[in-house]
Design a protein around this ligand. Structure first.
Ligand code: 5GP
Ligand code: MN
Length: 345
């Protein structure tokens, strides 16, 4: 049986409605979003650069729903090298994707996913700035409030929770393809249901998704349990120079490390999850050099420090316990700036 997301008995647990709090998104915003979408023939979808499961999964799920409503859909993300990360290639709906160069320059309606600010859209940012209407679907507490319609709930564990709501309100049916995309977002952003964001509403959503017959084990393997062999060598190099410095554990991965193994940048997402294991540390940092030579910095906290604030001070952002920023300085300078901000936090 494929449960219809419109079935109210299956959905008492929309984001924000599981506890006492009302959903953070006002009814008027949902209505405005639906009106705008209803009045458009073509909808442009964008998510943040270097998309993760929540960004790409939420975008593709809504893309499916819009297409089934007869809309023309173009979806993209604004990376200089346009390539779906290997670990997300199993997601259905990739035929919705176009490279940034083919993305409309002045869309009528653009929907932005999992992006706390327009800068996160990378090469698609000018399109968002030129769009007549920008609907923002997001859950970052650090969202700066860009766009013309804001479907933002900072209490939602994943943007996928808001995307599910949007699918439902569009009159879409929660089929296995849509559910697979949403599930990728939900498991990614809850750390496989381990983070404190994992509320009863999260598990109820997971139940709705799993009921469509999606392949839980296959999805988990694609997302976390496989890598090219070269990953082990790059990981070994990163762990070889890991430093425990007061309550901070950190390391870095260079382009040279990766080139020696032919390892794409996008394979590095899991390194932080190993580094942050160190019991002695409160904060973990991994600097990852991308193909352009910039450092993409991943930060994690165990709760005592708000790394979103630290990263925001350095031009980035994120969540209390998981955040990031980009640095064009050297490793030493970047870490010096990071430590200075960390001391203030
Ligand atoms: P990750 O370390 O997994 O790349 O990122 C963790 C979280 O930090 C992401 O969910 C994202 O919200 C945020 N984040 C990472 N890099 C950046 C950045 O450069 N700018 C902003 N605003 N947020 C980032
Ligand atoms: Mn997210």
């Amino acid at each position: 049986m494929t449960p219809d997301v419109r079935d109210r008995t299956e959905r008492p647990s929309r984001p924000g409605q599981d506890g006492q709090d009302p959903c953070a998104v006002p009814e008027s915003a949902w209505r405005r979003a639906l009106d705008l979408i209803g009045g458009a023939d073509e909808i442009a979808l964008a998510c943040h650069v270097a998309p993760d499961g929540d960004a790409l999964g939420s975008m593709l799920a809504v893309g499916f729903a819009l297409r089934s409503q007869g809309k023309r859909v173009v979806a993209s993300f604004g990376d200089v090298v346009f390539e779906v990360p290997r670990l997300l290639r199993f997601l259905p709906g990739q035929d919705l994707l176009v490279p940034p160069a083919e993305f409309p320059a002045e869309p009528g309606v653009l929907i932005a996913f999992d992006s706390s600010m327009s800068e996160r859209l990378g090469l698609l940012r000018p399109s968002a700035e030129a769009a007549r209407e920008v609907i923002v679907v997001d859950h970052h507490p650090s969202n700066v409030g860009f766009g013309t319609v804001r479907l933002i709930d900072p209490r939602a564990a994943a943007t996928a929770m808001l995307a599910e709501e949007l699918v439902y309100r569009l009159g879409g049916t929660l089929d296995r393809d849509i559910a697979t995309c949403l599930y990728a977002g939900l498991v990614t952003d809850t750390g496989s249901f381990r983070y404190s964001s994992t509320t009863p509403a999260v598990h109820r959503m997971a139940a709705r998704l799993v009921a469509t017959g999606l392949h839980v084990e296959e999805i988990a393997r694609e997302l976390w349990d496989r890598s090219p062999f070269g990953y082990l060598k790059v990981l070994a190099a990163a762990l070889d120079r890991v430093v425990l410095d007061d309550r901070l554990v950190w390391t870095y991965v260079t382009r040279v490390d990766r080139a020696a193994q032919g390892l794409p940048y996008t394979e590095l997402e899991g390194v932080i999850d190993i580094v942050r294991r160190a019991d002695e540390a409160e904060v973990a940092v991994v600097l990852k050099e991308d193909d352009q030579g910039a450092w993409q910095v991943s930060c994690r906290s165990k709760g005592g420090v708000d790394v979103a604030a630290v990263c925001a001070a350095l031009g980035g952002g994120g969540h209390h316990n998981a955040a990031g920023f980009t640095s064009y300085d050297s490793v030493e300078e970047t870490m010096a700036r990071f430590r200075a901000e960390l001391r203030k936090a």
